[in-house]
Design a binder for this molecule. Structure first.
Ligand SMILES: Cc1cc2nc3c(=O)[nH]c(=O)nc-3n(C[C@H](O)[C@H](O)[C@H](O)COP(=O)(O)OP(=O)(O)OC[C@H]3O[C@@H](n4cnc5c(N)ncnc54)[C@H](O)[C@@H]3O)c2cc1C
Length: 383
């Protein structure tokens, strides 16, 4: 008799591994299968920045020390499009872990917990008698689709991809950098705004460096994407020549999560869960994957409803906040005002980090302070 898997997870990135890990954590007897088109370790174009909130998720998944051998990064410098700079110590440190390492560790942890991992590229789905049949051979009660920005499963269930105006594209590479340099840098660019370059030191003599912008802005240049992205990166970080350049799309959150359809739950990039202000997606991927795995084993009769509730509770207000801020941030002056406020008030800096890298929201008085500064004054430069 063919096995009927309780959960089949498609994609072994952070969203997929988190789903598989959580399902087994809550129900060790559950039959969980993880399919990925690649073997691990495999590379993934990413800035490799793991926010403190991502580490909280690892702890919830029972893996508090998964990246403990990587150096915590305390310092963060942000330069606004108009040149306002704020450099400060973050309330809780971030980490930079190459995805080649991070994703393979997660998949290995899932395997160690009893998840069956197979190399398989998913191509077709069919719903039948309360199950889903994958490629005519794998039977699942629930599918967690964590197959990334160009999700095949999302397309197969008829959900639309992120529209171009909610899609960014970014290139990343690795450059040599002395270990003593341990501050993360995000340098926003007025040219082609919204756009920014980053330098994220890993702590092993290298730094992840990159540049990203919105897809419509890239198209508007009329030039080949590779030429624009590679060219801007080299121009903005001339002292850090990068190797292993790799680009990828980022489906940015439109403000409301898209949980899936029927017995298929979308998680991570497949659900367009990337912060539109910063491009942060690993924390959302771990969080949404965890919630999807949880729904699959705790509410097997209607996992979608449970997952929708979970997502709404964890991220609903935050996603509406980032959507509103992303709209305001179409004007670079708004971001200048926000960074200028953060440069004067440490609690605002912490709050911006919460919104940009976590699940924070903005209290009305602060929103008003930033808007007033935006409307009334030009930003002062801070060093
Ligand atoms: C250049 C760049 C820089 C970024 N920097 C950061 C950063 O610093 N910090 C941060 O938090 N986020 C960053 N992001 C976003 C982050 O990379 C994503 O949000 C994150 O990878 C989402 O994880 P995921 O598990 O949803 O998808 P992915 O990590 O993309 O994993 C999807 C998996 O699905 C597999 N797959 C795809 N199709 C199939 C199929 N048909 N069948 C089987 N398997 C399949 C793939 O092989 C892959 O392993 C960046 C993104 C880019 C492009």
């Amino acid at each position: 008799m063919t096995t009927v898997w309780d959960v089949v997870v498609v994609g072994g990135g952070p969203a997929g591994s988190a789903a598989a890990l959580r399902a087994k954590q809550l129900d060790p007897g559950a039959r969980v299968l993880l399919l990925d088109r690649d073997d691990f370790p495999r590379d993934k174009a990413c800035g490799d920045g793991i926010a403190a909130h991502g580490r909280d998720e690892l702890a919830l998944l029972g893996l508090p020390d998964l990246i403990a051998d990587y150096r915590p990064t305390q310092r963060l410098s942000v330069v606004s499009p108009g040149g306002v700079r704020v450099s400060a110590t973050v309330a809780r440190p971030n980490h930079v872990v190459p995805r080649l390492v991070f994703d393979a560790r997660l998949v290995e942890a899932a395997r160690a917990r009893g998840v069956e991992v197979r190399r398989h590229r998913v191509r077709s789905l069919a719903a039948r008698d309360g199950e889903v049949l994958i490629d005519g051979e794998v039977r699942a009660r629930t599918i967690v689709a964590a197959d990334g920005a160009h999700s095949t499963v999302r397309r197969l269930i008829g959900a639309p991809p992120a529209p171009d105006r909610h899609t960014a594209i970014a290139v990343r590479g690795y450059a040599d950098m002395p270990d003593s340099d341990d501050a993360q840098l995000i340098a926003m660019q007025r040219a082609g705004w919204p756009a920014y370059a980053w330098v994220f030191p890993v702590g092993d003599g290298t730094a992840n460096v990159g540049f990203g912008m919105l897809l419509p802005k890239l198209r508007a240049t009329g030039l080949p994407g590779r030429q624009v992205l590679h060219g801007r990166l080299a121009e903005l970080l001339p002292c850090l020549p990068a190797r292993d350049l790799r680009a990828h799309h980022l489906p940015l959150s439109p403000g409301r999560p898209r949980p899936g359809a029927g017995r298929v739950l979308l998680a991570g990039d497949a659900a367009a869960l990337i912060n539109p202000l910063t491009g942060e997606g690993i924390y959302y991927a771990l969080l949404s994957g965890r919630l999807a795995g949880e729904a699959a084993v705790t509410a097997p009769t209607d996992p979608l409803a449970a997952y929708r509730r979970g997502l709404r509770g964890a991220l609903g207000r935050h996603l509406r906040t980032t959507d509103l801020l992303a709209r305001a941030a179409q004007s670079s002056g708004f971001i200048d005002a926000a960074i200028a406020t953060a440069a004067r008030r440490p609690e605002v800096f912490d709050l911006l980090v919460e919104v940009g890298l976590g699940a924070g929201t903005v209290p009305v008085p602060l929103a008003w302070a930033v808007i007033s500064r935006w409307l009334t004054g030009s930003p002062r430069r801070h060093r």
